[in-house]
Design a protein around this ligand. Structure first.
Ligand SMILES: Nc1ncnc2c1ncn2[C@@H]1O[C@H](COP(=O)(O)OP(=O)(O)OP(=O)(O)O)[C@@H](O)[C@H]1O
Ligand SMILES: [Mg+2]
Length: 488
């Protein structure tokens, strides 16, 4: 982390200093449980809790300074050392922007660079972030977000993990409204901006898919003329962003489009569902073969996006292809495959869901499941606004068209999916509606048989990823009801 004194923090954030000016925090946390000695604790007002309530806990854990919106006093009436600001989240952003400036300046003085890559899109950001960080870390010190940190808090927290020895900084950028990506891009000033896809994720909050396109394009608008915009030419709304940037444009295409500088040739998936292709880069790239360990044809676009960004950052084609071929999924619950000892295969993709990722996962299930009995255990896709019923209905139809053997729909919010599947198909008792995960668990536990392939997929807060984890454990012998009660 870049060292800031309390006095500097007050100056950068336009805050009021209520602490020894020389205190120099060693890290930044927004959760008091993560505070370690010397930390700067940011007290932000949350949806469920107010961070100011945890200032004492943060100091008890060793924090040296707090960033607060109102003074917090200890039981003995003294104030905790703090910088007082009107908005703690904006103050974090200002501090992160200054950290990036200082890293660049320090590295320029040493004759080296900092390359910042921003990644946005409606699906595949974390996957692409992990792939790109995997490639770049073979070349130099790389800082990338933990998990899916991608917002006004997650981005600064990522920046604070970088220092003057950081060569590459990878930033995932999420948005729930117009202006959010611009805010993040102004903070980190990316040299390379990647736009993956414009989907219907968060369409409700955004007020329509056109606003999503507007918002995602803010990343390429923010690039300087010396920068590079990495654009997905397979998505018309992304391809249209070419005219919204003054940076160099590098288009990629999983569909082999002629005008793409980075593309996959001879793309296919192997028996395990892993994509393979010959990688074409702007300077040719004959002989570059990528044989990925990720699951699902939809990852070809993410692999190409990571390849294009790495190439723009100066990595050789050989290093890109070999790193992409060696990397498995770095984050949990993304097409995570478990082979149960009894021959049941579980694919847990329930980290999150939107219509695009739902379709991609179902296609992969059908593809991998040839000759096997396939199960789709699906929960709601949230935050779709007025499109919700239509999108769930479309998924129900798709399940039938893909010939999935059995469907388990979990939770009232996903009921439209169940109804449309029933109307579309000629199911006997192969289509089931479960009120909650426990009901679904009992059905699966009783009925899964060796050879079955089961997909779990829902939005994050529906929690099917945990159901998938339970089912991935060796099967339990169902207990008769009376025995169960004696066990309790
Ligand atoms: N190109 C793609 N098309 C469709 N689905 C995809 C694509 N890339 C990834 N997915 C699927 O989308 C889901 C989320 O992937 P990932 O976490 O990489 O995306 P994200 O953009 O970071 O999501 P979030 O907005 O939740 O942070 C996973 O189920 C993944 O398999
Ligand atoms: Mg993510």
């Amino acid at each position: 982390m870049i060292a800031f004194t309390a006095a500097e923090i007050a100056e950068i954030t336009n805050g009021r200093l209520d602490a020894d000016p020389g205190i120099t925090p060693l890290s930044v946390v927004t959760d008091s449980r993560e505070a370690t000695p010397g930390a700067l604790y940011v007290a932000k007002p949350g949806e469920n809790a107010d961070g100011h309530d945890f200032v004492p806990a943060a100091f008890a854990a060793g924090a040296s300074l707090a960033l607060v919106e109102r003074p917090v006093t200890a039981a003995d009436g003294t104030s905790y050392p703090a910088v007082l600001v009107p908005d703690a989240v904006l103050a974090m952003g200002a501090l992160a922007a200054e950290a990036v400036r200082r890293i660049r300046a320090a590295r320029a003085e040493q004759g080296s660079d900092l390359t910042v890559v921003g990644i946005t899109g409606s699906a595949g950001k974390t996957t692409t972030k992990d792939l790109l960080a995997g490639i770049l870390s073979t070349q130099g010190n790389t800082v990338a977000p933990q998990g899916s940190y991608n917002g006004e808090i997650g981005v600064p927290l990522t920046v604070f993990r970088a220092g003057t020895d950081t060569r590459f900084l990878v930033i995932e950028m999420g948005a729930t409204g117009v202006g959010h990506i611009r805010y993040l891009a102004d903070m980190v000033k990316p040299d390379i901006g990647v736009v993956l896809a414009v989907g219907t994720a968060h369409a409700g909050e955004f007020g329509g898919v056109e606003n999503i396109a507007l918002a995602k394009g803010e990343l390429v608008e923010a690039l300087a003329p010396g920068g590079t915009a990495i654009i997905n030419l397979d998505d018309d709304r992304v391809a249209a962003m070419r005219v919204r940037t003054s940076a160099k444009v590098l288009g990629f295409s999983a569909e082999g489009r002629a005008d793409a500088a980075v593309k996959a040739l001879n793309a296919d998936t192997n028996a395990g569902g892993n994509p393979e292709f010959d990688l074409q880069l702007p300077d040719g790239g004959a002989g570059l073969h990528v044989s990925s360990r990720l699951i699902g044809a939809h990852h070809v676009g993410n692999l190409l996006a990571a390849a294009a960004a790495a190439w723009a950052a100066g990595v050789s084609g050989q290093d890109i292809a070999s790193s992409l071929s060696s990397q498995a999924a770095a984050s949990r619950w993304r097409m995570e495959r478990t082979e149960r000892p009894d021959g049941v295969t579980i694919i847990n993709d329930a980290y999150n869901a939107n219509p695009e990722s739902m379709r991609a996962a179902l296609r992969t299930l059908a593809d991998l499941g040839r000759g096997r009995r396939t199960w789709a255990v699906l929960g709601a896709m949230l935050e779709l606004g007025e499109d919700s019923i239509r999108e769930h209905t479309a998924v129900g139809t798709q399940v039938v068209r893909l010939n999935i053997s059995r469907l388990v729909v979990v939770g009232r919010e996903a009921r439209a999916l169940y109804v449309s599947a029933v109307q579309e198909g000629s199911w006997g008792d192969e289509c089931l509606f479960a009120e909650n995960v426990d009901e679904a668990y009992d059905v699966l536990n009783a009925e899964l048989e060796p050879g079955d392939l089961v997909l779990f997929k829902s939005s994050n807060s529906v929690g099917l990823r945990h159901l998938g984890d339970r089912i991935a454990l060796p099967p339990q012998t169902p207990q008769p009801a009376d025995e169960r009660s004696t066990l309790l």
